[in-house]
Design a protein around this ligand. Structure first.
Ligand SMILES: Cc1ncc(COP(=O)(O)O)c(C=O)c1O
Length: 403
């Protein structure tokens, strides 16, 4: 059962606000849902750690997920290093680094025996990593990142993310041949992330484009499956040993885990279910439940039907718009004021008569994205059975700040 407003008021009564908290019961149910949607279809689950950013919760998901959960998808080498210090292994940096210092750091970790892989999509990145690997006397395992976007009318309509220039089996073969010829890297696998399936909300009420978005998602599932299969076949036929074929994200767990080419699916947002993942047509998305919240304090009452919280401008990255703002969650019926939204020093709210907010009352919000809100808090309160049962440092609380 989701926690009621009264339960939250009780649990947070002696905490300083703003506070970030995770409902562990909901979090665990989400882990169980990921296990059931991926099931024994074949691939394992790799946690996208940027969507959590709390080592204790990453550990909890790994433990609750059992043998199905294997490995972490990191967003930079420094994060992988932090997670290795925290005791995690099987780390895959999915966003190609380029700074020489990052390449050296990666090679050092490999030389220390850390099971680390790095995504690459260009000759320039491969050369950097190979040089660093050679200097440290190791071969840095690399994973080719393949473009999974949907392109229509040439490249006039591009649906998906702008990431890798490696879009065809021929491109992939050419880059893998270059990798094979370099002394400081070795090919460990490939990744193809279908953002336009995994992250596209296609059921937003009132969205005039939702029918088009559904069509994009449906069409993409087939295109992606075919492209991934062709690239995998081509590389295997050329003698490349692909230990890892990664795909997907929270919104595509159902389709990606049934793609016979993939050996693992990634997911991170499934555990917190931030509000960007509220309106999808697939069944598993409506079963996931919000588990991560932040509470602000009402510090001003500017007039009847209004309450103003201190702070709260925790806006998500991505396209700028109201969807990136935090969503008032409890008590029910609150709304942001379009003229101010969630601000640096204050977040005013329109309050229905049913919500009895006064000075000092907490107001609960959900962030639009998974782990980003953790950059605003040093610790997360862990709530189970309606009570605080622990607290865990976020990356920020551990003194880490990546980019
Ligand atoms: C490469 C890659 N894989 C998977 C994901 C999915 O993460 P999540 O499950 O948090 O949406 C992302 C998200 O940005 C990503 O960039």
């Amino acid at each position: 059962m989701p926690l009621t407003y009264d339960a939250i008021v009780g649990a947070l009564s002696s905490e300083a606000l703003p506070a970030l908290y995770v409902d562990l019961d909901a979090f665990d149910r989400n882990v169980a849902r990921v296990v059931s949607v991926v099931g024994d279809a074949g691939p394992t689950v790799r946690i996208a750690t940027k969507s959590v950013r709390v080592p204790a919760l990453i550990r909890r998901a790994m433990e609750k997920g059992g043998s199905l959960f294997r490995g972490l998808m990191c967003f930079c080498v420094e994060e992988a290093e932090l997670l290795s210090r925290e005791g995690f292994d099987d780390l895959f940096v999915a966003y190609p680094p380029f700074q020489a210092a990052e390449a050296t750091r990666a090679a050092e970790l490999v030389a220390r025996g850390v099971d680390l892989k790095i995504a690459v999509d260009a000759l320039e990145g491969l050369e950097r990593l190979s040089r660093a690997g050679q200097q440290k006397g190791v071969k840095v395992p690399v994973v080719l990142c393949i473009d999974m976007s949907l392109r229509l009318v040439g490249d006039l309509v591009h649906l998906g993310v702008r990431r890798s220039p490696v879009a065809t089996p021929e491109d992939a073969l050419a880059l893998s041949r270059l990798a094979a010829a370099m002394p400081g890297v070795e090919l460990a696998g490939l990744m193809g992330y279908e953002a336009q399936v995994a992250g596209l909300a296609d059921d937003r009420p009132g969205d005039p484009e939702r029918w088009a978005k559904r069509a994009v998602r449906r069409a993409s599932i087939h295109v992606v499956r075919e492209r991934r299969a062709q690239v995998v076949e081509t590389l295997r036929a050329a003698g490349h040993d692909l230990g890892l074929v990664n795909g997907g994200g929270t919104g595509s767990l159902d389709s990606t885990s049934r793609d016979p080419s993939v050996t693992e699916v990634s997911c991170g947002s499934a555990f917190f279910k931030p509000h960007a993942f509220d309106h999808f047509t697939n069944a598993h998305m409506s079963e996931l439940e919000p588990s991560c919240f932040f509470a602000l304090e009402v510090t001003r009452v500017p007039g009847p039907g209004l309450a103003t919280c201190l702070g709260g401008g925790y806006v998500a990255s991505g396209p700028v718009g109201t969807f990136a703002a935090p969503l008032p969650h409890l008590p029910e019926g609150l709304s942001l004021l379009p003229t101010e939204m969630a601000g640096e020093v204050q977040t005013p709210l329109r309050v229905p008569k049913s919500a009895k907010l006064r000075h000092g009352s907490p107001v609960v919000f959900r962030h639009a994205k998974g782990g980003e809100v953790c950059e605003r808090f040093r610790e997360v309160l862990l709530i189970a059975g309606g009570k605080i049962v622990g607290r865990a440092p976020t990356y920020r609380g551990l003194g880490a700040c990546f980019f």
